[in-house]
Write a protein that binds this ligand. Structure first.
Ligand code: HSE
Length: 309
């Protein structure tokens, strides 16, 4: 074991990217969690500090960072203990991949300290166990982009098969997080068990269109394709001023718009930074009465989780 202490940064992400429910994910550079991990001699996992979100538990059996690590150490039959200092840069319940970012940071950091017994792909199931603590149902569309960076596709969750698709250089995202919290588990339970075939066919078209749009670096096609007929029509009621935000984004030149993950954050697909700035200016007007709204201008994070110290 080389290092005794390590600090990692794990980016947040846009789950679903509109049409790809539980399948598509896009890492974003604007937000992320920083976690410092050190070996201890107690043989236990301990959270010594947690800043950035007072609502999260310090109990290692409940915190998403340590739940995944516990599963990983158990699989390795490792008796080792670790201390964690967590700095949350992605707010829980924001729809910007908070739990995925935390879960990835924990397992990645400990894996590094252990001399990399697992590849990053192999770490994903442990991160997903941590993520599941927050969202009830297992899903990989946030942990995969936080771990690997860029745009990821969960081709199959069982057996796990993750694909990566390159993103265009001029792809910018504007995001707004209205001042409400959405619990992913609750937002998942809102969805029905089935979908009419006509809507499913439209969804398949968008799913294919989004992947082709990425490959052809066609931001217009990407934007048209992020429309979702599965979760968005149900979940939009959770998000203040969803319709106004959508109209404002498109009027400001966005190529597309949707909910980030299970919300409340919203994202707009933009060709270039100038358009993204116009969208944010329009949203500041839409949400001028929401003192807790936050605004982000970002590019995809193409690197994924990494060691920073
Ligand atoms: N894909 C999941 C959902 C989580 O929409 O419920 C997204 O962050």
């Amino acid at each position: 074991m080389e290092k005794k202490e390590i600090r990692v940064f794990s980016p947040g992400s846009i789950g679903n990217v509109g049409c790809g429910f539980d399948v598509f994910g896009l890492a974003i550079a604007a937000v992320g969690d920083t976690v410092t991990v050190a070996r201890n001699n107690s043989g236990a996992l301990r959270i010594l500090a947690l800043d950035g979100d007072d609502s999260l538990p310090l109990d290692p059996a409940k915190n998403i960072v340590t739940v995944g690590v516990k599963a990983m150490l158990s699989a390795l039959q490792s008796p080792l203990g670790f201390d964690f200092r967590i700095s949350k840069g992605v707010a829980a319940g924001s729809g910007m991949g908070s739990s995925g970012s935390s879960a990835v940071a924990g397992v990645f950091a400990v894996n590094e300290l252990l001399g990399r017994p697992y590849t990053q792909d192999e770490l994903l199931p442990f991160a997903a166990i941590g993520e599941q603590r927050a969202s009830v149902q297992l899903h990989y569309d946030n942990v995969a982009p936080s771990m690997l960076g860029g745009f990821t596709v969960v081709r199959s969750a069982d057996p796990l098969e993750i694909l990566q698709v390159a993103v265009p250089d001029n792809l910018y995202l504007a995001l707004v997080k209205p001042g409400v919290v959405v619990n992913t588990g609750v937002a998942k339970k809102m969805l029905g068990e089935s979908m009419p075939i006509t809507r499913a066919v439209a969804q398949f078209g968008n799913i294919a269109g989004l992947v082709v749009g990425l490959q052809q670096q066609d931001i217009g096609l990407i934007g048209r394709s992020v429309e979702d007929f599965l979760a968005t029509p149900v979940r939009l009621q959770l998000i203040p001023k969803f319709n106004e935000a959508r109209a404002a984004a498109l009027a400001a030149g966005a190529a597309g718009f949707n909910i980030s993950g299970s919300g409340p954050a919203l994202f707009a697909v933009c060709a270039g930074e100038g358009t993204a700035r116009k969208v944010l200016a329009a949203w500041r007007k839409v949400y001028q009465d929401d003192g807790n709204a936050s605004f982000y201008l970002t590019r995809p994070d193409t690197e994924g989780v990494r060691v920073v110290a």
